[in-house]
Write a protein that binds this ligand. Structure first.
Ligand SMILES: NC(=O)c1ccc[n+]([C@@H]2O[C@H](COP(=O)([O-])OP(=O)(O)OC[C@H]3O[C@@H](n4cnc5c(N)ncnc54)[C@H](OP(=O)(O)O)[C@@H]3O)[C@@H](O)[C@H]2O)c1
Length: 345
């Protein structure tokens, strides 16, 4: 352990916040800031973190400091922001009056706007962009499971070094990167499957093993890549296959895809997207920050994005569906819905 463990506050102690906070707890002085109900669970049961093939990390309630207000980040050296995108601005405004002058903030969120929002709302502070490549869900209260792998990524700047060092010391793979904007766009391409997975109601590995769903994802990614080109963005390559070729890979027949995309399917059998979890819990999803971002970007360049727009609509419909009657889309039905959206241009 470092001589003086960094004080790290985590604003948004849900799946990612609890996972990162729990892993960092042995090497840092952690404060988890979340909703009263979630924090009561942690104070009662503690935290259990699991990953397939590795031993569980268990933190008893006495090993955790929890809070429900952003003022608890007042003495932090580093604040990790892990709220959903729609809550970023509120989180930043809550934090602003309490942060110390030298506190470094790092967004470990999906989407393209969070880092900028935080920078605008927290002038004078260093705000880092971070990226979490893996899937984490809460399998039962206080138990968070990491269902896939990959290294965390964050800005390669001197201000990020204490955080990078703490993450590495905690045994979390972490890779600093000079082009986090490109990383975030590459992650968005992957996150376009969150909605398709949520609409399918199936575990990720099973859903992605089906060509019809992969063709849906290829349609979404092709629109996104066209919008990125128009915007002048080159997504960073996060997988062995160049991003521009991913839609072609996704369209391969199942057997061939299984052979060439082993890493894509290296997901726990039961893992699902966090958007599926949001629908299950009746919460608003991040769809406006994922496919919705592609619709907005395409519109800025007068490009069509009918597939992304249809996915946004389907997810909003699913958000408002009465419990128990949400449609579980099959791959062929969803593909037919999205191709008809494209044809109706
Ligand atoms: N889960 C994953 O697999 C995964 C993987 C990579 C990246 N990400 C990204 O990481 C971010 C967080 O995702 P998540 O799945 O961890 O979300 P989550 O489980 O919903 O966690 C966020 C938590 O923050 C709470 N919260 C929101 N505003 C707050 C505030 N002002 N003060 C205290 N607590 C607040 C939320 O409560 P309420 O629900 O009551 O609002 C929720 O409990 C998202 O951008 C997501 O896309 C997620």
């Amino acid at each position: 352990m470092s001589p003086t463990p960094p004080r790290i506050a985590i604003l948004g102690a849900g799946s990612i916040g609890c996972y990162l906070g729990g892993r960092l707890a042995p090497v840092a002085d952690i404060t988890l800031i979340g909703r009263p109900a979630g924090m009561a669970v942690l104070r009662d049961k503690g935290l259990t973190l699991t990953t397939s093939g590795a031993s569980a990390h268990r933190l008893p309630p006495t090993a955790l400091r929890t809070a429900t207000h952003a003022d608890a980040a007042g003495d932090a050296d580093i604040v990790l922001v892990t709220v959903k995108s729609a809550d970023t601005l509120t989180a930043a405004r809550d934090l602003a009056p309490h942060l110390g002058a030298r506190t470094v903030v790092c967004s470990f969120q999906n989407g393209l706007r969070n880092t900028r929002l935080l920078r605008e709302a927290l002038p004078g502070h260093t705000v880092l962009a971070g990226m979490v490549p893996y899937n984490v869900v809460q399998t039962e209260p206080g138990h968070f499971h990491q269902g896939s792998g990959g290294p965390l990524m964050l800005d390669d700047t001197p201000a990020a070094r204490p955080l990078t060092a703490a993450l590495a010391e905690a045994g979390l793979a972490v890779r600093p990167h000079a082009d986090m904007r490109g990383v975030q766009h590459a992650k968005l391409l992957m996150n376009l499957n969150n909605a398709l997975n949520a609409l399918s109601g199936q575990p990720l590995r099973h859903q992605l093993a089906q060509r019809a769903f992969r063709r849906c994802l290829a349609l979404c990614q092709s629109e996104a890549l066209a919008a990125f080109r128009a915007e002048g963005i080159t997504p960073v390559r996060l997988t062995p296959v160049p991003t521009a070729l991913t839609p072609h890979l996704l369209r391969l027949p199942d057997g061939l895809f299984r052979r060439v995309a082993r890493r894509t399917l290296a997901i726990d059998a039961h893992a699902r997207s966090s958007m599926w979890e949001d629908l299950e819990r009746g919460r608003a999803t991040e769809i406006d920050h994922l496919q919705g971002e592609i619709v907005a970007m395409a519109a800025r360049h007068s490009l069509p994005a009918p597939v992304s727009a249809r996915v946004v609509r389907l997810v909003h419909e699913a958000e408002t569906a009465p419990p128990g009657i949400r449609r579980a889309w099959t791959g062929p039905d969803l593909l037919s819905e999205l191709t008809s959206a494209r044809r109706s241009l």
